[in-house]
Design a protein around this ligand. Structure first.
Ligand code: SAM
Length: 284
């Protein structure tokens, strides 16, 4: 067991310091104090963090902590801790470790008994979650999904039956494809898309996946997806036969199977995949 009394030990400290996700007024005074007093600040990008430090008139030594070579970066920081130096770890925005570098050094530093101390502050997923309008607890933070369609669908299927609210990060150029995949796997669930959090153009789009897909072309900036969990009443069996009849009736009325399944998914909230499977096995 490793028991740490953060303010009652002589060990060198690794501070985990969050930085603003947009609005610089959210830089916390304790964060500024720590960034001034540590021996070294480890960051993702010295230019990005250099501008932040300049804004707050913090003149301290910056070193790069590289995501692509986390192993050697972590070992470098470990050496500094062993030399008795206090270090602050920051990322470009928000919390280190949260879809940002830092995991390796925190694991190593805690296992060697160094003091690892978090400072409170912003992280995009928490802002998105609490204002989403969806149930805030329990939730699961997933972060970025795989980039390819097939890997993303595979990953989403792992979460298909999760009852808790899910949080994903996504880049604006992939948001449409990602939401289409969510629709395919989850059906037309409730969700909130939070964008440009804490910035001038902050916006929350609260609705269903299809409603947000209707306006997705207009959306720019940094985004968080907050997705409702699966609240299907497991005690109430879904009457798949009725859904199959619905699809067959639409097909008889001239609709393609693909559109009929899509329509049934929208009306029932059951995922397209499940309806396809049921329709196909009924036809075989
Ligand atoms: N460490 C950060 C944190 O604690 O939130 C996350 C860093 S991750 C590399 C960047 C992603 O976080 C973006 O692609 C976006 O999904 C989300 N993000 C960061 N800032 C945001 C903001 N102001 N508004 C909405 N999403 C944001």
């Amino acid at each position: 067991m490793n028991r740490q009394k953060s303010f009652e030990n002589e060990m060198p400290t690794l501070y985990l310091v969050p930085t603003p996700i947009g609005n610089l007024n959210e830089m916390n005074p304790r964060a500024i104090e720590i960034l001034n007093k540590v021996d070294v600040i480890a960051c993702e990008d010295t230019r990005t963090s250099g501008s932040l430090l300049k804004h707050f008139d913090i003149r301290n030594r910056l070193i790069a902590y590289h995501n692509f070579n986390e192993e050697s970066s972590a070992n470098g920081i470990l050496e500094l801790l062993r030399d008795g130096k206090n270090i602050a770890l920051i990322s470009d925005a928000g919390y280190p470790l949260i879809n940002d570098p830092g995991q390796k050094i925190v694991t190593l530093a805690t296992s060697e008994g160094f003091n690892v101390v978090p400072v409170s502050g912003p992280s995009a997923f928490l802002n998105a979650l609490v204002a989403s309008g969806l149930v805030a607890q329990p939730f699961i933070f997933i972060g970025f999904l795989p980039q390819s369609h097939s890997d993303r669908v595979k990953k989403l299927k792992e979460y298909e039956n999760y009852p808790m609210t899910m949080i994903f990060y996504e880049a604006p150029h992939r948001i449409e494809k990602c939401l289409k995949d969510c629709m395919e796997v989850f059906g037309d669930r409730k969700m909130t898309l939070a964008r440009e959090l804490t910035k001038m153009h902050e916006e929350f789009l609260r609705g269903t996946i299809s409603e947000i897909l209707d306006v997705v072309d207009e959306l720019r900036g940094e985004m968080v997806i907050v997705m409702d969990g699966n609240h299907e009443d497991k005690t109430k069996a879904i009457d798949m036969n009725t859904i199959i009849e619905m699809v067959n009736a639409s097909v008889e009325n001239g609709m393609s199977t693909k559109d009929a399944v899509k329509d049934a998914a929208k009306k029932t909230g059951i995922s397209k995949n499940r309806i396809y499977d049921a329709v196909n096995s009924n036809r075989n």
